[in-house]
Write a protein that binds this ligand. Structure first.
Ligand code: HEC
Length: 111
């Protein structure tokens, strides 16, 4: 019996260690990240260290170096268009924008 409990304890600890990085993100950040992963990640790097798959697309972690992230909110609501033909136009709902900006901020603060 004790043996079984100990094993379960280890499995629990291991499971927690595996999900901990995801838990460190707020729900909004996680929603923003899954949005980015679905819609943006095939061109933009959405993490803290990789190159963008499409070299000319700026990694999301660098956006805040060019302008305050908040200024993107308006562009996202009205439909972001960078004038670059390879980037599709996006138009987001206010909730999606909040989530997405929360995610971008999470890239900023933990650099
Ligand atoms: C098909 C490839 C592609 C996808 C998908 C894509 N982008 Fe881009 N994005 C680009 C490229 C290329 C540029 C650089 C455009 C330029 O320099 O003119 C860019 C630039 C940007 C910029 C910088 C604009 C500026 O003026 O500084 C932002 C912000 C951006 N993308 C947001 C997004 C978001 C948000 C998504 C997902 C919802 C997304 N992109 C999806 C290709 C893409």
């Amino acid at each position: 019996m004790i043996h079984i409990l100990t094993r379960t304890g280890w499995q629990l600890a291991l499971a927690l260690a595996l999900v901990a990085p995801a838990l460190a993100m707020s729900p909004a950040e996680q929603r923003g990240r899954s949005f980015a992963r679905t819609n943006c990640a095939k061109c933009h790097s959405i993490d803290r260290f990789t190159e963008s798959p499409l070299k000319i697309a700026p990694p999301f972690r660098t956006l805040h170096e060019h302008y305050p992230i908040e200024t993107l909110a308006e562009a996202l609501a009205e439909g972001i268009s960078t004038g670059h033909p390879t980037m599709p136009q996006f138009q987001l709902e206010p909730d999606q924008i909040n989530d997405f900006l929360a995610f971008l901020k999470s890239l900023e603060k933990r650099r």
